[in-house]
Design a binder for this molecule. Structure first.
Ligand code: BG6
Length: 483
């Protein structure tokens, strides 16, 4: 099954910070792939805007270099790269001064979608927003895209929201959480709300608990400065894991429409109970080998966590008493992200425990090998009488949809195309971000005040032992982290 590619409207997309890491690594390769798939109209333009002294030709060389670095050779035919580069332009710009702005304004066309990607430090958002208006670059229907981190606490997030809203309407602001652009994350909504099968079971009566794991093998090399001020809670939980939790826990929205979906997610965040310190385990990767441990990499006696495991409660009728366990960390055993809905036992076992006992588990694999598995109990085959085993009803999207299906466009590609289409469903609304910080802030404050030291864990492990204890003490266990 080959997926349909529906071209978007012609656009002018300006990337502030167009020479930066995110632009080179994600945005430009993503746009290239959409161009190659036929989704990006040929007369669209991508305009890099940055401080570097470059012209169109110089920037095209930067873009070409990025494609060579981040896209496999076989996936970027020379003629397609050449055509793509024709859509690339550049303006040398001073975000806080006046240089370059008249040129940018002249370059932008009327009658096409206009979008501005703020791939720069948040401290520049205000200056960019002001100048976009002063130099008449921003039209009523233009869109701006901003990246995480969206603030580092409630106060700074509020200030950022105010800065942006002073210049743009909420429906022009696209706050990216790239987890929402992942194929399987969207599939979560399709599975939940497109099937009659799951919804009746999706509540405290049938669900024992939910596990959300986002395990990474990478450390913080090269990003230590940013990371040390952030930690796993701000870097991953407040945004990515929180969004996953919302999609699992939310009520069915009345329509698949941006505000209907985001209203429901917001209710989940607001229904989160404060977390007890005893329900949080913070860890930090460590190693005997010089230069490998987190402390060596940040070069200080830091108490920032690179791992976090926690138990949350969503206090509403649907989820009363159902724990949600979240876990994420760097330098773990494997890169594996998964959401698992672990169902309760059947109310009465006619077989007795000795014949085998298994629970239904619905597992949604975000990466790698995106797919969904439902573990069901069956009779062990063979003449040996009734013994129960659990087997997976396994659906890897690649297998189910065929090798040619466009199953996993990178999150960024999809999200940028949604910006052009003007669809905000997969972007965070300002109130959602603030609610997530309002829940996060007291937790961070409490461990900062206590001077809580994260527990060391070995590189390549599953995190600190205490994370396992968090589950064991309630008779549960984490699912294995495996790629
Ligand atoms: C980013 C975090 O938002 O997400 C990184 O800042 C993290 O620390 C990354 O590595 C993980 O994204 P993905 O798509 O590789 O799971």
């Amino acid at each position: 099954m080959v997926s349909r590619v529906i071209p978007v409207d012609t656009f002018d997309l300006v990337i502030f910070g167009g020479t930066g890491d995110l632009a080179r690594r994600k945005i430009l390769p993503g746009l290239f792939r959409r161009f190659q798939s036929g989704q990006m109209p040929e007369d669209s333009r991508i305009i890099g805007a940055a401080r570097a002294d470059l012209d169109d030709a110089g920037y095209r060389a930067v873009v070409k270099g990025a494609l060579e670095e981040f896209i496999e050779k076989g996936d970027r035919p020379t003629n397609v790269v050449k055509e793509f580069l024709e859509a690339i332009h550049y303006v040398q710009i001073d975000a806080t001064g006046s240089a370059g702005w008249p040129e940018l304004s002249k370059l932008l066309r009327a009658g096409v979608v206009r979008a501005f990607y703020f791939s720069v430090a948040p401290s520049l958002f205000g200056a960019l927003a002001e100048r976009l208006h002063e130099y008449k670059c921003a039209g009523e229907s233009c869109r701006i895209v901003v990246e995480k981190p969206f603030g580092r606490d409630l106060e700074s997030a509020r200030a950022l929201n105010k800065t942006l809203r002073d210049h743009f309407d909420e429906n022009q602001i696209y706050r990216i959480d790239h987890y929402l652009g992942k194929e399987t994350v969207q599939n979560l909504m399709a599975v939940r709300f497109g099937n009659v099968l799951f919804e009746p079971l999706w509540n405290a009566q049938y669900v024992d608990h939910v596990q959300i794991t986002v395990a990474e093998t990478v450390g913080v090399n090269g990003r230590a400065d940013y990371y040390d001020k952030s930690g796993a809670m701000r870097d991953m939980v407040q945004n990515h894991l929180m969004q996953l939790l919302c999609l699992i826990a939310m009520e069915p929205p009345s329509r698949f429409d941006p505000d209907a979906v985001r209203d429901e997610k917001l209710k989940v965040i607001r229904a989160l109970e404060p977390v007890e310190p005893s329900d949080i385990v913070r860890g930090q990767y460590a190693s005997e080998k010089k230069g490998e441990s987190y402390l060596d990499q940040v070069g200080s006696d830091s108490i920032t966590e690179t791992f976090i495991a926690m138990k949350l409660q969503v206090s509403n009728w649907r989820w009363a008493g159902v724990p949600f366990y979240l876990r994420t960390g760097k330098c773990l055993k494997a890169r594996a992200s998964e959401i698992a809905i672990v169902f309760k036992d059947a109310p009465h076992s006619i077989f007795g425990q000795e014949l085998g006992h298994h629970r239904n588990i619905l597992s949604i694999r975000l990466q790698p090998n995106e797919g969904i598995t439902l573990r069901v109990t069956i009779k062990e085959p063979g003449p040996g009488g009734m013994r129960l085993v659990d087997v997976p009803l396994d659906m890897s999207f690649k297998d189910a949809l065929g090798p040619d299906a466009d199953v996993a466009p990178e999150a960024y590609e999809r999200l940028i195309m949604d910006v052009i289409r003007g669809n905000q469903t997969l972007f965070m609304r300002g109130d959602e971000v603030e609610a997530a910080w309002a829940w996060t802030d007291p937790l961070i404050e409490s461990w900062t005040e206590r001077g809580d030291r994260p527990k060391p864990y070995d590189i390549g492990s599953t995190g600190p032992e205490d994370a396992a204890v968090l589950m064991h003490r309630e008779g549960r266990r984490w699912r294995e982290i495996k790629a």
